[in-house]
Design a protein around this ligand. Structure first.
Ligand SMILES: Cc1cc2nc3c(=O)[nH]c(=O)nc-3n(C[C@H](O)[C@H](O)[C@H](O)COP(=O)(O)O)c2cc1C
Ligand code: SF4
Length: 416
């Protein structure tokens, strides 16, 4: 049994499971659309909204932890005929299904966050780029958009104000790299989802070269509660540099896998042995792959590190999407390495040589390690190749292969 009460610390998931996500009135009864109503009735100027988000310290939950207020301010300052808000609901990270829970369980929270973001930066149109396989989420969001138009939370002159905002859905087609913000933008434009060279960043030149804010679902779901309860309330959760909560997806060899929202500063020991109930079959913990495929793989020495965006940088890793993949003592780390590398090879868009060729060569060498005992494989060369990919790949997909590869060699050296 999970100790649910102890792990009840919810901002983002407060409505999930408690309201009927297909009924807009249920959302309204939980103070839904109250923040949007306040701002469109001119209680706050766009600058006020940006200041509140900046003061709250909210950081993007899509992986990089970029400050949301600074991102909005950047786009707000751009002079352009049009601007866009994009909600990144592609969620292709292996072992991650947190955004799905929000989309399915509290769809109006996303719409409200996007309306507020649009008002703050001066955008009148939003897109939700949603993972194509998420059929229930697509249905719920579609239904929520229809109901929000009927109640005038969306459309022209929202609630009698002078602010107009429309939202449209675009479905992804199963490509991991389309979750990267510039390939996602290409995909919405109807092109092949190849990443663009940055700069310029989407905040300056995004959709059809207009300034565009791209934010993750979980980031956007924090916006309305912050506007309602204030920046100081939000900062009372989490750590100084990573305020608020994070949704973790706990998977692998644990007794109770699942999704849990916890304040930053929590440790992996609490997540795995507290919420997760420990390692399945009472085996020993061997490894934790933290933050998704591009994150680092650790041994048990990471268990007591308080988790926030900065603490993990020091550990040459990242919190990423919040995926916590647990492996027990029976796991063959050579095969796991191969598995991760296969994923990168498969998802590489092929646009640039270091990633296209690099991922293929790394897979071949990982095969040799497994099949020939690694005698002819130069592990130093594999590490060097990931350095080259880090320095020369066009987008973060190729650049990030270095993290799982080097950490596996570091923490599980005796297996190679
Ligand atoms: C290969 C790759 C896949 C990504 N997939 C996602 C994704 O599924 N969802 C997401 O929100 N961000 C994803 N990102 C991060 C986005 O590029 C972007 O940083 C994020 O959507 C910004 O939102 P935030 O500021 O709210 O975190 C991915 C990045 C890379 C490099
Ligand atoms: S790094 Fe990989 S995914 Fe990114 S552009 Fe190059 S080939 Fe494509």
């Amino acid at each position: 049994m999970k100790n649910e009460a102890k792990y009840e610390n919810k901002i983002v998931l407060s409505n999930v499971g408690n309201i009927d996500p297909t009924n807009i009135n249920d959302y309204i009864e939980t103070r839904g659309y109250e923040a949007a109503k306040k701002i469109v009735s001119n209680e706050y100027t766009p600058l006020n909204v940006i200041d509140i988000i900046k003061n709250s310290g909210l950081r993007g939950r899509g992986g990089a932890g970029f400050p949301t207020g600074a991102k909005w301010e950047f786009t707000a300052k751009e002079k352009a005929d049009k601007k866009f808000i994009v909600c990144n609901a592609d969620e292709g990270e292996p072992g991650t299904f947190k955004d799905r829970l929000i989309l399915e369980g509290d769809p109006h929270r996303i719409l409200e966050g996007m309306i507020i973001a649009g008002y703050a930066v001066g955008a009148q149109k939003g897109f939700i780029y949603i993972r194509g396989e998420y059929s229930t989420a697509i249905e719920r969001i579609t239904n929520a958009i229809k109901d929000a138009y009927e109640k005038h939370y969306l459309g022209n002159s929202i609630l009698g104000s002078s602010f107009n905002f429309d939202i449209e859905i675009k479905k992804g087609a199963g490509s991991y790299v389309c979750g990267e913000e510039t390939s996602l933008i290409e995909s919405i434009e109807g092109k092949r989802g190849n990443p663009r060279i940055k700069p310029p960043y989407p905040g300056q030149k995004g959709l059809w070269n207009y300034p565009t804010v791209v934010n993750n679902v979980e980031t956007i779901a924090n916006v309305a509660p912050i506007l309602l309860n204030g920046a100081d309330w939000f900062k009372s959760f989490g750590t100084e540099k990573s305020p608020g909560t994070k949704i973790f997806t706990l998977i692998g060899n644990v007794k109770n896998p699942g999704v849990v929202e916890l304040p930053f500063g929590i440790t992996l020991r609490e997540i795995i042995f507290g919420f997760g109930g420990g390692i399945s079959n009472d085996r020993k913990l061997k490894a934790i792959h933290l933050g998704g495929a591009s994150g680092a793989v650790y041994d048990g020495s990471i268990l007591d590190v308080p988790l926030d965006y900065d603490a993990l940088k020091e550990k040459e890793g990242m919190l990423g999407s919040g995926a916590v993949l647990v492996m027990d003592e029976e796991t063959d780390m050579r095969k796991y390495l191969k598995n991760v590398l296969e994923f990168f090879k498969h998802e590489s868009c092929g646009q640039c040589v270091p990633c296209r060729i690099g991922t293929a060569r790394l897979c071949e060498m990982a095969d040799d390690i497994i099949e020939k005992g690694g005698k002819e494989v130069n592990i130093e060369y594999m590490k060097h190749l990931t350095d080259v990919m880090f320095k020369s790949s066009l987008c973060p997909l190729g650049q990030s292969v270095i993290m799982p590869v080097k950490s596996i060699f570091k923490y599980f050296n005796n297996e190679f």
